[in-house]
Design a protein around this ligand. Structure first.
Ligand code: IMP
Length: 192
C-alpha cells in the first residue's frame, strides 16, 4: 500500500519508513507531484495537521498522514503553540523565535513547557489522530548547537542537557515527534 507523508523532508520520511513493516511504501509530496504550499490556517495543531492530510486525500486521492508541532509554554498560556514556526516574525528564523521567547519569560518563575506533535492519518475514509508530548523547561540561555528550532532553549524533564546538546538518537527516543510517530507506526503495523 502507498501512503503519502505530507512532507518534503526526506530525513523525516526515511526515519518513519525504516520503522514500518514492508507492506507500506511511504511517498513524499514531491513523489505525488504536489508542489503547492498548503496553507496552515487553523488555530490548533490538530486543525493544521488535518488541513494538510485532507488536502492530499481530497485533491490527490491518496491515503495520507500529516504532522504539526508546537512548543507550549505554561506561563505564556500555551504560546507560541501553533505559531511556533513564526513566533519571532517573518521570515521564519529560529534565533529570532528563541530570543523573543527568552525575552517574554524574563521575570517569570514558571518555565515549564512542552513540545506537542499531532499526526493525523486519513486511511480508507477514516481519520485517526496520534499525539506525542515531551515535557520540560525553557532554559535561561541557549545551550548547544545541534538539532533545530527551539532545541537550544528546551531541556526535557529528567535530563541535564538541552535538546541541542543531545545526540539525534537520544532526542528521537524521548521527543514529541518520536513518540507520535511510534504510535502511528504501531497502529499501521497492527492493521496488516
Ligand atoms: P513543524 O510542525 O514540525 O514544522 O514544527 C513547527 C515549528 O515548531 C518549527 O518551525 C520549530 O520552530 C518548532 N519545532 C518543531 N519540532 C521541534 C523540535 O523537535 N525541536 C525544536 N523546535 C521544534
Amino acid at each position: 500500500m502507498k501512503l503519502v507523508f505530507a512532507t518534503n523532508n526526506l530525513n523525516k520520511l526515511q526515519e518513519v519508513q525504516e520503522m514500518l513493516s514492508g507492506h507500506i511504501q511511504l511517498v513524499s509530496l514531491k513523489d505525488i507531484g504536489c508542489f503547492e504550499d498548503i496553507p496552515e490556517t487553523a488555530k490548533t495543531l490538530e486543525g493544521n495537521a488535518k488541513i494538510k492530510a485532507d488536502h492530499i486525500t481530497e485533491h490527490y486521492g491518496y491515503n495520507c498522514f500529516a504532522d504539526d508541532t508546537g512548543l507550549e509554554v505554561h506561563s505564556l498560556n500555551g504560546a507560541p503553540g501553533v505559531h511556533s514556526a513564526r513566533y519571532g516574525g517573518e521570515p521564519r528564523d529560529a534565533h529570532k523565535n528563541m530570543d523573543k521567547l527568552l525575552k517574554n519569560l524574563i521575570g517569570k518563575e514558571d518555565r515549564s513547557a512542552q513540545f506537542r506533535t499531532i499526526i493525523t492519518l486519513n486511511l480508507n475514509g477514516k481519520h485517526y489522530h496520534f499525539e506525542g508530548i515531551c515535557k520540560g523547561y525553557i532554559l535561561n540561555t541557549k545551550r548547544g548547537d545541534g538539532g533545530f528550532g527551539y532545541d537550544p532553549v528546551f531541556q526535557p524533564e529528567g535530563f541535564e542537557s538541552s535538546f541541542a546538546e543531545m545526540s539525534f538518537e537520544t532526542k528521537n527516543k524521548i521527543s514529541h515527534r518520536g513518540l507520535a510517530v511510534k504510535k502511528l507506526v504501531d497502529f499501521l503495523n497492527s492493521i496488516n
